[in-house]
Design a protein. Structure first.
Length: 329
């Protein structure tokens, strides 16, 4: 631990977060001098010690934290409950790290200086309400769907390469009936070792697919209730289902007031065009940043509404016509 003896009036903190320890840095808000760095365990008692340590230097203006959505989530919740102003800090880019080096105290100091310079201004999500519940259930639901797809592909691959008698038995049956039949399979007398193992593999895959189906259905039912409770007006809109609403709600977080305007939300979702002008060329390009999950949700809404919502179809047709400018020769 390293610190100065004369506390200034105002202090800005920075925290580099990890699984077992958090490294904090205190920087003077007026002179921008580094006042000290210290390590604290990622426990409730450690959070208290970290806050007391920062406040020992003077009046705490704000704390910049890296990884508020992962390793820093617990600390962010604690500091928010204590009324501390938090700022979400992106990790330093590679060019800056090549120039200044890499260490936990250096990253913690960089987080504090990012707040002081105004480079970091984002308010982190509180992650303490119904939206956080939607987020964690969505993680399970999406992984169940992904794993079910993988297991189904494996099932098809095993059927294709199965011995002839097994392949012929399943050839003309729809997938649902294939799964039901193979779940009931048992070892058969006369099967060689390859046929016996193939039947066992298909039975295990079919059982796994069924379990993943049930898990995805349970999670989707929970998400249906929670998204309707959190944003009933959003769910009533055309083209917005359970998963689309969940993606947008998770992007906004439990404290959507942190998003100051419609333009800010557009930037958050990566749908605000970015200027790419040079010389006499004045143009914009697509934004490849932002929350890609929310970006996908907005794309899905547009794709659905352009086919089933007359207003959206009319708007798309008008904008497409305006974008086409015939060349004059």
């Amino acid at each position: 631990m390293n610190r100065m003896t004369d506390p200034p009036d105002n202090v800005t903190g920075g925290v580099d977060t990890h699984a077992d320890i958090h490294v904090a840095a205190a920087v003077c808000s007026t002179s921008h001098r580094l006042l000290g760095t210290a390590e604290f365990p990622t426990t409730p008692a450690g959070y208290v010690k970290l806050l007391v340590w920062l406040m020992s230097f003077g009046l705490l203006d704000a704390v910049g934290i890296e990884g508020t959505g992962s390793y820093g989530a617990g600390l962010a919740r604690f500091l928010t409950a204590e009324g501390v102003t938090l700022v979400e800090v992106d990790r330093p880019d590679r060019a800056a790290r090549r120039l200044h080096g890499k260490s936990d105290p250096v990253d913690a100091e960089a987080a504090a200086r990012a707040v002081l310079s105004g480079r970091a201004t984002g308010t982190p999500k509180t992650r303490d309400g119904i939206i956080e519940a939607i987020r964690v259930l969505q993680v399970v639901c999406r992984s169940a769907v992904k794993d079910r797809t993988a297991a189904t592909n494996q099932f098809h691959a095993v059927v294709v390469s199965a011995p002839a008698e097994i392949r012929d038995e399943l050839a003309q049956i729809p997938l649902k009936q294939r799964l039901e039949r193979t779940r009931r399979w048992r070892d058969r007398a006369g099967d060689d070792v390859a046929s016996r193992a193939t039947r066992q593999a298909l039975r295990e895959l079919a059982t796994r697919i069924g379990l993943l189906d049930e898990q995805a259905d349970r999670m989707e039912a929970e998400l249906d209730v929670l998204t309707d409770q959190a944003a009933p007006a959003l769910r009533d809109l055309v083209g917005i289902g359970v998963h689309t609403a969940a993606r947008l709600l998770v992007a906004a977080g439990d404290n959507p007031e942190r998003i100051r305007s419609e333009a800010a939300f557009a930037h958050l979702c990566g749908v605000a065009p970015i200027r790419a002008s040079s010389g006499k060329i004045n143009r914009h390009r697509l934004n490849r940043g932002g929350d890609r999950s929310a970006n996908h949700a907005l794309w899905r809404i547009v794709m659905v509404r352009r086919t089933c919502d007359p207003r959206t179809a009319s708007y798309v047709a008008r904008r497409t016509a305006e974008a086409y400018v015939p060349q004059v020769r």
